[in-house]
Write a protein that binds this ligand. Structure first.
Ligand SMILES: Cc1ncc(C[n+]2csc(CCOP(=O)(O)OP(=O)(O)O)c2C)c(N)n1
Ligand SMILES: [Mg+2]
Length: 560
């Protein structure tokens, strides 16, 4: 893709206009944020832009989560907040995007350069006349940052865009409000396109091919970064050419269809299916495509035995083989090269598991054993599921889902409340797919106010809120399930959409399987958003959570 840089010759092109135009050229056409006076020039530039639409959120944390969701689908997102109070509220969400490699351009309007120069005491500051107090904090949530002025704007934008793309992580762009309104000074730069060094790529491929040839058994282990970079098709082609089985962790849920004949199951340490575990742990060579994240969640409390010396890790920008690191090699290029190899003559053929049967009678209360197969039966190709941290994610991820379903979850960072605004961002990023939010009610309480923004901007999400009277996952992760800090204010969740302005949404509160089935049908039949509050048992948990309950010492360490 050749990117057209915005024009800088007309005197009317301000720094703010230039930044918005330049980000639009990255494929961004929505800007999430909360307005504020120091950010007015940025907000105005967005509001008057024909390319980027302002998406006002209820608060900056929500806006940052929404931007993360959007970036996962579009490859990049824009977030605009105001100095200090706004940007600091966004830090958790931006840091989460950094952890999970989602590219959010965080543009912050600062007090004017003139007031900074005079050390004026101003609102949203510590009253000390210092204007560098927050740059370091916000920059810490990004992989690169720039403080913009009219002279550096064009060059700095190219630098941060290239670096953010290289790492697929956030960039922080701070713009003093007077500079934002100044005409941008043109500079002779071209957008940088990250390419592999040809020799390094050749060397990496030669080593990979040799290792594959020598290995008695090979397994592919594609990583979540493949989805973040939009390389799903390339990864699938590479894996099909190799013909080896592939295994994923729950961070890569549905990265490739789960009934693909080469899919050998989801790896989760000791709770994996024995065959899956044997294929991955027993492989002579593990081709880690993208840098899998082997954390406590993906390995089920570090259970299982992975020998990292058998890994070849193809990172975003390098390939690691044992202690050798070959730099300047891009993941996408390695995938393309793998797909050009001679196709395997006898590809692995596993037995796809198929969907679990739907069980229970219409008058039965809703149990977790009956709920998760129902989600699988409800979902269909073209759905994007946004999954919240909590018992729901541990229930949905081990459940086989239909082909063509995409799943987004924040497994590593795990900040509750993420999924509600993230679903909003996902829905705006691709209105051709149906976005389904699956969340617990405790997480939802953090960010539920942006269900209002979903209604306002026509993001027709189908929302499932599991109401199990508190923080079930936390009850399960402790010896004592009855600590009062895991209880919640008992909201009437199903009434929220109406109160938040989603007048035409379908809403229901369901306590029996029959009611749930009917509500699912009605939600699917509607073009509007839908909101279903599912009443679950206070201690009714999916099996993966029950397993974790038995592994508390392994997860958290023994009492010293
Ligand atoms: C921002 C943040 N605060 C606190 C936590 C700790 N935490 C993890 S899960 C959870 C509760 C989730 O409860 P709910 O959404 O109701 O899901 P359930 O497990 O009950 O189905 C909490 C408080 C967190 N992960 N993130
Ligand atoms: Mg709950």
């Amino acid at each position: 893709m050749t990117k057209q840089l915005p024009r800088t010759d007309a005197s009317a092109v301000t720094v703010a206009d230039y930044i918005v135009e330049r980000l639009a050229a990255e494929g961004i056409d929505h800007c999430f944020g909360v307005a504020g006076d120091y950010a007015f020039p940025i907000c105005d530039a967005v509001d008057s832009s024909a390319k980027v639409k302002w998406i006002g959120c209820a608060n900056e944390l929500n806006a940052s989560y929404a931007a993360d969701g959007y970036a996962r689908i579009r490859g990049a997102a824009m977030l605009a907040t105001t100095y200090g109070v706004g940007e600091l509220s966004a830090i958790n969400g931006v840091m989460g995007a950094k952890a999970e490699r989602s590219l959010v351009f965080h543009v912050v309007g600062m007090p004017s350069y003139q007031n900074q120069r005079l050390h004026k005491i101003a609102h949203h500051t510590l009253g000390d006349g210092v204007y560098g107090n927050f740059v370091e904090l916000s920059a810490g949530a990004a992989c690169c940052h720039a403080v913009i002025n009219p002279e550096n704007c064009v060059v700095e934008m190219e630098r941060v865009i290239a670096e953010a793309r290289r790492n697929n992580q956030p960039a922080y762009i701070a713009v003093p409000s007077d500079y934002a309104l100044s005409p941008v000074v043109s500079a002779d730069v071209k957008p940088m396109v990250a390419r592999s060094n040809a020799e390094a790529l050749q060397k990496a491929m030669a080593t990979i091919v040799e290792r594959i040839k020598d290995a008695k058994s090979v397994v592919a282990f594609p990583a979540f970064t493949i989805a973040r970079l939009g390389l799903q098709k390339q990864a699938q082609q590479a894996i099909e050419t190799l013909g080896c089985p592939f295994v994923t962790t729950l961070m890569e849920k549905c990265l490739i269809d789960e009934d693909h004949p080469q899919f050998a199951g989801m790896y989760a340490g000791a709770v994996s299916a024995p065959k899956t575990r044997q294929i991955l742990e027993g492989a002579d060579l593990v081709l880690d495509l993208g840098g899998v994240n082997l954390n406590d969640i993906t390995t089920a409390a570090y259970s299982g035995q992975l020998d990292l010396s058998r890994f070849i890790t193809v990172g975003l920008n390098d390939v690691r083989i044992g202690d050798e690191v070959i730099a300047n090699v891009r993941l996408g290029d390695v995938l393309s090269e793998l797909a050009k190899l001679k196709p395997s003559s006898a590809p692995y053929k596993g037995k796809p598991q198929g969907l679990a049967p739907v069980n229970g009678n219409p008058s039965d209360k809703i149990t977790m054993a009956a709920l998760y197969p129902r989600y699988a039966a409800f979902l269909r190709a073209g759905d994007t599921v946004v999954l919240e941290t909590g018992s729901s994610s541990l229930g949905v991820t081990p459940t086989i889902l239909p082909d063509g379903v995409r799943v987004e979850a924040q497994v590593l960072w795990g900040s509750i409340g993420w999924a509600t605004p993230a679903a909003f961002g996902v829905a705006l990023a691709d209105s051709n797919r149906r976005t389904i939010l699956i969340t617990g009610e405790g997480s939802h309480q953090l960010t539920a106010n942006d269900v209002g923004a979903m209604g306002r901007f026509g993001a027709n999400v189908i929302v499932f809120v599991l109401n199990n009277s508190g923080y079930l996952i936390e009850r399960a992760l402790e010896e004592n399930p009855n600590w009062t800090y895991n209880d919640l204010a008992p909201w009437n969740y199903a009434e929220l959409p109406k109160a938040l302005g989603c007048a035409d949404w379908f809403t229901a509160r369901v306590t029996t399987l029959g009611e749930l089935d009917d509500a699912m049908k009605s939600a699917r039949a509607r073009k509007t958003g839908a909101y279903i509050e599912i009443m679950g048992g206070k201690m009714d948990m999916p099996p993966a959570l029950a397993f974790a309950h038995g592994q508390l010492k392994a997860m958290y360490g023994d009492t010293p």
